[in-house]
Design a binder for this molecule. Structure first.
Ligand code: ZN
Length: 90
C-alpha cells in the first residue's frame, strides 16, 4: 500500500510503463478546468489545459488564439462585441 498522503484522490493516478516492462502507478497533479467564455460559458478552443508550470514552457500559439479577447471570450461573443464597437464609432 502506498503512503497515506497518496491514498486520497487529490492527485490523479497515471499508469506508467517502466523500462523493466512493468506497469506502475504514478501520482500527478490534476489538470485545471477547461477555459470557458466569460459571457456565455462556452468552452474556449485552442487554449491549453495544463498546469501553470507546463504552460510557462509552451509556445504562445498553444496558449491562446491570436485574436483580441482570446482567452476571455468565445468567437461568437467577441464578434458581437467588435460589431457593437464598430457601430458606436459611426
Ligand atoms: Zn461566449
Amino acid at each position: 500500500m502506498v503512503r497515506r498522503a497518496l491514498r486520497s484522490r487529490t492527485l490523479r493516478r497515471v499508469k506508467v510503463k517502466t523500462p523493466g516492462n512493468s506497469v506502475k502507478t504514478h501520482f500527478r497533479k490534476r489538470k485545471p478546468k477547461i477555459a470557458h467564455c466569460g459571457k456565455c460559458g462556452a468552452i474556449l478552443k485552442g487554449i491549453a489545459r495544463e498546469t501553470p508550470r507546463k504552460i510557462q514552457n509552451m509556445p504562445k500559439t498553444r496558449k491562446k488564439v491570436m485574436r483580441p479577447f482570446s482567452g476571455v471570450l468565445c468567437t461568437k461573443c467577441s464578434r458581437a462585441l467588435f460589431k457593437e464597437k464598430a457601430k458606436s464609432l459611426r
